[in-house]
Design a protein around this ligand. Structure first.
Ligand SMILES: Cc1ncc(COP(=O)(O)O)c(C=O)c1O
Length: 355
């Protein structure tokens, strides 16, 4: 039975990726082995890694002086890795825009004293359009969360943050639009939203930011980079699926294609929701609305359960808001296609017509 999966992650993968992964589980490229059995020290794995890194560079125009590192531990692990490497000899602070950046700050603070500035969704536009350098003038590095997956708040114009060294949690919008690398020192993203399955985190950083802070091995960023993502046993299958996703993305037309799709899909859903404005609240101010996670609440909370029930009956999955905030959350990652958007939009329209 066909399901329409709008989950916030792990999330929908394109069918061609699943089919290829499936074949490779049985036998990887006529090698007489399953992809699950291949050693991370084998030529086959090195080849996958090289092609993957080249695809990522190609997709995101990653400059030559940036390393690409694949790690375990999800984005949550980065909340330890980053302050251990950049909070001791230098000074990293946080811009707080929602639940995930709040969690990052809480973790950073357990390791080093951390300066922070909070900006609400209503203030984001003004903040980005004005000279905001004063807010971070004492910091060597500034951590931000580009897309607040729980709150549906997004910042894409990084160059309007007047700080020369940004560290960005791009967990839920990596791979969905192009950006300039000018003031970016480091970005990271778990693969399980736009880029694949859980188990691998993509990290891209400027070589110059690496320093000689001494840390235990898996917290030593320089050591992990020097060992080219195989310091210890990597999540080989998750890395392979990430590689397949990058191939699929390039075949579709690269980031430009996904950026255009993300703009048009999110506009269609927001427009549909706006038509039912007397029944719902779109809690995020227009400028800061996420294209990746659309959140809304019902004016009459009793309608919410009915909405979820009817959605489930029509095979629409994964649209409950995060347990910490409730409401509805529709996640529009790269593998969501036009047919799914159309199906969901028609469902929303039918639901509100009957109220
Ligand atoms: C923006 C953001 N940061 C961090 C995380 C935590 O990621 P992980 O589960 O990979 O540790 C998530 C998870 O959804 C997220 O959306």
């Amino acid at each position: 039975m066909k399901k329409y999966n709008f989950s916030a992650g792990p999330s929908k993968l394109d069918t061609t990726v699943i089919e290829k992964a499936n074949q490779s589980i049985i036998e990887y490229e006529d090698k007489g082995l399953s992809i699950l059995e291949i050693s991370h020290r084998s030529q086959e794995y090195s080849d996958i890694m090289e092609k993957l890194k080249s695809n990522l560079r190609n997709l995101l125009s990653i400059p030559e002086n940036y390393f690409i590192l694949l790690l375990q531990g999800g984005a949550t692990y980065q909340n330890s890795l980053i302050p251990h490497n950049f909070g001791k000899k230098s000074n990293i602070g946080c811009l707080v825009t929602g639940e995930w950046s709040k969690k990052t700050l809480q973790d950073f603070e357990l390791i080093n004293k951390t300066e922070s500035t909070s900006v609400s969704h209503e203030e984001i536009e003004k903040f980005l359009m004005s000279d905001n350098s004063d807010a971070f003038k004492n910091l060597d590095h500034l951590h931000i969360t580009s897309n607040e997956t729980i709150n549906g708040i997004q910042i894409r114009d990084f160059n309007n943050i007047n700080h020369p060294s940004l560290f960005i949690d791009m967990s839920s919008d990596f791979g969905s639009y192009n950006f300039e690398w000018e003031n970016i020192s480091y970005i990271y993203s778990g693969a399980q939203k736009n880029m694949g399955i859980p188990g691998v985190t993509i990290c891209v950083g400027k070589n110059e930011v690496l320093n000689n802070t001494v840390n235990p091995s898996y917290l030593d960023l320089k050591k992990l980079v020097e060992n080219d993502s195989v310091y210890n046993t990597p999540p080989t299958f998750s890395v392979y699926v990430l590689y397949l996703v990058t191939e699929w993305m390039l075949n579709c037309g690269g980031i430009k294609y996904f950026e255009e799709k993300s703009i048009s899909s999110s506009e269609l859903i927001y427009r549909q929701l706006a038509e039912h404005g007397k029944h719902i609240i779109l809690p995020v101010s227009e400028y800061a609305r996420s294209r990746s996670n659309i959140v809304f609440n019902f004016n009459d909370p009793s309608l919410e359960e009915d909405f979820f029930k009817k959605a489930e009956e029509e095979n629409i999955l994964g649209i409950k808001g995060h347990r910490s905030v409730g409401g509805v959350r529709i996640s529009l990652y790269n593998a969501i296609n036009e047919e799914m958007i159309d199906y969901l939009n028609k469902f929303i329209s039918r639901f509100f017509e009957k109220i």
